[in-house]
Ligand binder design. Structure first.
Ligand code: OSB
Ligand code: MG
Length: 367
């Protein structure tokens, strides 16, 4: 394929309630939407999962725009005719930038699959037509509001609850929810908020039968996670630290993680995600699909990935209504705790352009 046009559009979508994590509070989701048009006139869509500020990862919206415009598009243009499967190799000389690269690769893959009349799910090797949904619950103001919020998700049918934790909001928060729901699949996510000295403290979580503790330490502290894994019985699951197949191989070999959260944006795309999935299946390591407050565009693609056989734990693949009053696509609605995997060509969905225009903050077209 050859690209004839790339549109980079920044939108801002309000959240139904503020989302607080150990790295900050968000009340709206700024998203870079990427649209490509190929030589056949076929359109492909993707969203870039980078946030507005470099708090979860070093990437952020406007850095991604700069990287895409300044380096990634020119490199693809110089490559001439290419396939989606070659994009990662063409972009490899530029270091980092996984989220920016993933968004471009996904939009290109969407267009390619639309030309081939094949769904992303089928292309990636999906074996399920619906996936179990979990939900990520932000840090609340107090235990009563936490209980209320969790109840609303349990009542909606979510099959797994993930509580965001940080020092001062951890053991008690988990204990209070475990008392109300003795059986529900429950896990926690610290987003790097602890240090190597917190092993004894975090071991108190072992009393609550958690599925896993997600990313307790710094993203670069693989050894620290391996040491922590000897101090706590609850499985450690890396998120931020896993940025490629190589880093997944290393973390598993070093016993720093026994479960893996795959976020396609964080690892450079859906093709790299499948490689990590395959590695985990070979090593009998459970995987689940993470989320980044995606709109329907990113959510559709995540569902295709989460439908692969190795995704044995419910992901952060929640319904549109979890974050947004109105989504940019036809809303994803949960049925009995499941979301249906799109079956249309490519990612299987397109944005509502009138609504997209109404929430657009900036737009540039590169020809
Ligand atoms: O660590 O998984 C995370 C959201 C933004 C950045 C990082 C994370 C999250 C979530 C929510 O936990 C995932 C989702 O519901 O999309
Ligand atoms: Mg996480």
């Amino acid at each position: 394929m050859k690209l004839t046009e790339v549109e980079l559009r920044v939108i801002e979508l309000p959240l139904v309630r503020p989302f607080r994590t150990s790295f900050g509070t968000q009340s709206s989701r700024q998203v870079l939407m990427v649209k490509v048009i190929n030589e056949n006139g076929t359109i492909g869509w993707a969203e870039c999962v980078a946030m507005s500020e470099p708090l979860y990862s070093p990437e952020y919206t406007h850095a991604c725009i700069d990287l895409i415009k300044r380096f990634l598009i020119p490199a693809l243009n110089s490559a001439g005719d290419f396939k989606a499967e070659e994009v990662a190799t063409i972009l490899k000389p530029f270091l980092g930038g996984q989220m920016a690269k993933a968004s471009l690769e996904t939009a290109i893959l969407d267009a390619q699959l639309r030309d081939q009349k094949m769904s992303l799910a089928k292309y990636l090797g999906a074996t399920k037509n619906k996936v179990e949904c979990g939900v990520s619950v932000g840090i609340a103001n107090n235990l009563e509001s936490l209980a209320e919020e969790v109840k609303s998700y349990v009542d909606a049918g979510y099959r797994r609850i993930k509580l965001k934790i940080e020092p001062g909001w951890d053991i008690n928060a988990v204990k209070s929810i475990r008392q109300i729901y003795p059986e529900i699949p429950l896990q926690v996510d610290a987003n790097q908020a602890y240090t190597r000295d917190d092993g004894k403290h975090l071991a108190q979580l072992d009393d609550f039968n958690l599925l896993l503790i997600e990313q307790p330490l710094d993203e670069h502290d693989i050894l620290g996670h391996a040491l922590l894994a000897k101090e706590v019985k609850t499985p450690i699951c890396l998120d931020e630290s896993i940025i490629s197949l190589q880093s997944a191989q290393d973390a598993l070999a070093l016993k720093a993680t026994t479960v893996i959260n795959i976020k396609p944006g964080r690892v450079g795309g859906y093709l790299e995600s499948v490689k990590i999935h395959d590695l985990c299946v070979e090593n009998r390591v459970p995987v689940w699909c993470g989320g980044m407050l995606e709109t329907g565009i990113g959510r559709a693609a995540n569902l295709a990935l989460a439908a692969l056989p190795g995704f044995t734990l419910p992901g952060d693949t929640s319904a549109s209504a979890r974050y947004f009053k109105q989504d940019v696509t036809t809303p994803f609605v949960m049925d009995d705790g499941y979301l249906t995997v799109p079956t249309g060509d490519g990612i299987g969905v397109t944005p509502d352009l009138d609504f997209l225009d109404s929430i657009t903050r900036s737009k540039e077209v590169i020809r």
